[in-house]
Design a protein around this ligand. Structure first.
Ligand SMILES: [Ca+2]
Ligand SMILES: [Ca+2]
Length: 654
């Protein structure tokens, strides 16, 4: 009907204004766009696409606010700094970002110790700044996810102060316990539980004459989720921020929420002789308790109810942080009896299970295992980096930056990028002891701090080669800027003909293809050095990503993997690649099988290729699609104008 109406409209318009030749061109061009079955129609037809919710194929860009952009020259990143860079995110193609904590905090653990869950940390800005951030982000099509830190508050939170004072409302808001006297009559913590950040997980409070639990620093007392008033109070925090317009939450350290009630000792692991190291015990009573799952499901219900009640229809989501067994993570998605929890139980396997020594089979196995275990009907997610782990360039080597982004952004589902990874920023491991601020690094002492410090991956974002990498005008920034910023910065990469940033941006653009949004997926090792993944969708081009994870150049025969087409198009090639986007690669025809077609891959590089059904690169076709759409809009506008000028009754079809 739509097609018929448009054709009739064009005929009417043309009958009055144009000669026959022009009429024909107009009608043909519309037929070309609208007619089903023609390959080009796949470029504009979206009505038949399966429903994909906003988050199911998004790239979530993690911002570490303290290091992103300083707007007022105090050396600390802030909300106005983020606001000023939202256009950069939009231009890059980012549609969702999650912010590490921005709430009021004494900053013992840089915002993961919150003293007021409903206030903005003054050095980051005001609530008005936050409202402006949400508003501006929304106008640019970017959704904001906040970091929700439920396991513990700061010891400076009013709740904790009142709990210490045994205020009846807050007395049981935290996990308190009496100590045990040893044989010498000296008071000891109630059990052998250890802090993730080293030492006993218990701290004596003189005023209350009891120990309190802290799974992280002693300034981060654990909240008591066995108290319904705590659950209620935290629900209200979530609703407060939902009402501010956020699209969901990243939930911090979720598997530490509950501890065993009888405070039994944890068994020894045998992994280390240091009784103060977190590795000394097996955390069977302080981590991954079944009650965690029930709380995640409770929060999911809260988010679903909120989304259902709001006319905008936007699904509010949660992403959960838990370094846990695969079976546990899959239950977060959905339990065996069908109860749904987190939309995104973070998949940290690219951080924890592969590194620069992994071969192609390790990578394939790493991807497959998540997909094999994931319950049907859910979206996979792939986290390539975050503020707690060394950067991609430092884990896999700087030569692998483009290949890892190709992998991340062509896998099915959700991609998570830590700020700076689009440039291939590197850890600054040589930060001096004097400049080191990360709590576990300070706890480890001057001799060992470099091994555990998270400061190296948290240094300021490298915007340009200006002073402090364009991050701040301060004399001293909160963490030193990596001195490699003179060569490695965004401005340089935006100007260069080829750069990590340009590769990243091209990959995000490519992700708009229906094949990458909802195509089927397979992955295979082609050798120990090379693996390839394939995305296919009926009537659309196939996308193939090939990655060489070895230090040697590889010649690859793709004949078996690709099976059929004679021509491949290079969609994305890395900075060091010998190929260029738009290059055609021709395979030998079958009767010349003695000359099997080979592809050359430099060490640690990847390529994203496409083939069929149209012999044009997907990038160019996306551009053409925009042009056709614009053309369509102009035509419709002309028709509307004509309808307004000439009544239908006056039309004389010829
Ligand atoms: Ca600032
Ligand atoms: Ca806890």
């Amino acid at each position: 009907m739509r097609l018929a109406a448009i054709v009739a409209g064009v005929k009417m318009f043309a009958a009055q204004q144009l000669n026959r030749a022009t009429q024909l061109i107009l009608i043909c061009s519309l037929l070309w766009i609208e007619a089903p079955g023609l390959s080009m129609s796949s470029l504009v037809s979206s009505q038949t696409e399966d429903f994909i919710d906003w988050w199911q194929h998004a790239v979530f860009y993690q911002i570490y606010p303290r290091s992103f952009k300083d707007s007022n020259g105090d050396g600390i990143g802030d909300l106005q700094g983020i606001i000023s860079k939202l256009p950069y995110l939009a231009e890059t193609g980012i549609t969702a970002t999650w912010l590490s904590p921005i709430f009021q905090s004494p900053m013992v653990d840089f915002g993961y110790d919150i003293s007021d869950y409903r206030a903005i940390q003054p050095e980051y800005g005001s609530m008005a700044d936050f409202d402006q951030l949400v508003h501006k982000a929304s106008s640019l099509g970017i959704k904001i996810i906040l970091d929700f830190v439920p396991n513990h508050s700061s010891d400076q939170h009013e709740w904790f102060k009142k709990s210490v004072a045994r205020d009846p409302v807050y007395e049981n808001f935290y996990v308190w316990a009496d100590g045990k006297k040893n044989e010498q009559g000296i008071l000891q913590p109630p059990n052998n539980w250890l802090s993730v950040f080293y030492g006993s997980a218990w701290e004596w409070n003189e005023q209350r004459q009891q120990y309190y639990l802290h799974q992280f620093t002693k300034e981060q007392p654990d909240l008591n989720y066995r108290n319904p008033a705590v659950v209620q109070a935290m629900d209200e925090v979530l609703l407060f921020w939902l009402n501010k317009g956020v699209a969901g939450f990243r939930i911090d350290a979720v598997n530490h929420l509950y501890e065993r009630e009888d405070l039994a000792d944890e068994p020894l692991s045998g992994k280390t002789a240091d009784p103060l190291s977190y590795e000394y015990t097996k955390h069977v009573h302080t981590k991954d308790l079944p009650e965690v799952l029930a709380m995640v499901q409770h929060w999911r219900q809260l988010l679903d109810d909120y989304s259902a009640k709001h006319p905008d229809g936007v699904t509010r989501i949660m992403m959960t942080e838990a370094y846990a067994d695969l079976h546990v993570l899959m239950d977060y998605y959905e339990t065996a009896d069908g109860v749904r929890g987190s939309q995104m139980p973070f998949n940290f396997h690219f951080i924890t299970d592969v590194d620069c020594d992994s071969d192609a089979r390790d990578f394939v196995y790493n991807v497959e295992k998540w997909l094999i275990y994931m319950p049907r009907g859910h979206a996979a997610n792939w986290v390539m980096g975050n503020h707690d782990n060394p950067r991609v360039a430092s884990r896999f080597g700087s030569a692998s930056v483009d290949a890892m982004n190709m992998l991340l952004l062509t896998l099915p589902g959700i991609a998570v990028t830590y700020n700076g990874e689009e440039l291939g920023m590197e850890d600054y491991r040589e930060i001096s002891w004097e400049d080191t601020v990360d709590p576990p690094a300070r706890n480890a002492g001057k001799k060992d701090y470099k091994k555990v410090s998270r400061d190296p991956e948290r240094t300021p974002f490298q915007w340009s080669n200006a002073s402090n990498a364009g991050f701040s005008t301060a004399a001293k920034t909160w963490l030193p800027v990596n001195p490699n910023y003179l060569g490695l910065n965004l401005a340089a990469q935006q100007e260069a003909a080829r750069s990590h940033y340009k590769v990243y941006k091209a990959l995000i653009e490519l992700r708009k293809l229906p094949t990458l949004r909802r195509g089927r997926f397979s992955i295979e090792p082609l050798s120990r050095a090379v693996f390839a993944l394939r995305r296919t969708l009926k009537d659309y081009e196939t996308i193939v990503t090939i990655i060489n994870v070895s230090a040697k150049e590889q010649l690859i025969n793709l004949t078996d993997f690709i099976n059929g087409p004679h021509k491949l198009i290079v969609e994305v090639a890395g900075v060091e690649s010998t190929y260029n986007p738009g290059d055609f690669l021709f395979m030998a025809s079958s009767h010349k099988s003695d000359k099997n077609w080979q592809l050359q891959l430099s060490p640690f590089t990847g390529l994203v290729l496409s083939h069929g059904p149209v012999g044009m690169s997907a990038q160019r076709r996306l551009l053409l699609k925009q042009i056709i759409k614009s053309f369509n809009v102009v035509l419709v506008a002309l028709l509307m104008y004509n309808l307004w000028r000439h009544k239908w009754t006056k039309v004389n079809f010829n």
